[in-house]
Design a protein around this ligand. Sequence first.
Ligand code: CMP
Length: 245
Amino acid sequence: SLHLMKEWPMNTQVEQPRRGPSLILLHSIPIFAGVPDSQLEQIAKVAFHRRVPRQTTIVRAGDSTDSLYVLISGGAKVLKSDEEGREVILTLLGPGEFFGEMGLIDGSPRSADVMATETCELLVITKADFKRCLAENFDLCLNIMKSLVQRLREADRNIESLALMDVYGRVAKLLIDFSEEERGQRVIRRRVTKQDIAKMIGASREMVSRVMKDLENRGYFRVEEGRIVILEKRVPAAPAPAPRP
Ligand code: CMP
């Protein structure tokens, strides 16, 4: 279980830190957009690479905070769990995204667990270095603020759908949110399990399976090898009586 896992970086499976990132790599990361090279060089000196295997808990809720993490490759989920091991997934993170900033900004303990869903390549910046970078880089401050605002918007949309939509609406919305434009079609290439969808929308896995089967049967999407093609962008109305989670 999650709780038996040692928090990284004590985890012995983790490789030793490697030398700092290249400027080319830093340029490709959205939070460093617009930051001048002279300042990126400072960041390159203080940031270091880490590689963690999948299933590693990188950050654990309630722990004190010491670093900011930037995901270079791989994927992670941000989750909360209760004593009975029930989980809610707050968001999925992909390459170029960062986490661990909340504790660094307000000094509070970690707000959630962040767990690697795949092998992750991370850039780690310590709290003291991060604060120094923020003080010296207005663009970095602005980029962090933009990301925080985007996360608040996403959280607001989630609250809205949890409060106002039934499971059909929530599943449909999640599929649309996860889809990308591909030659005039909306396609979901990202692999997410029904269990994870259930944990993102506050429903049971069985309910998610049933609703997805029904949406597929009614022609809202088609499953092809390794991907889902959305056939209609409209969020379908739920049949009456609407199932509740
Ligand atoms: P921190 O609280 O330091 O540790 C857990 C991290 O999870 C947190 O910083 C954020 O980086 C991330 N996190 C928490 N809630 C969300 C959310 N709703 N969306 C995206 N990331 C989040």
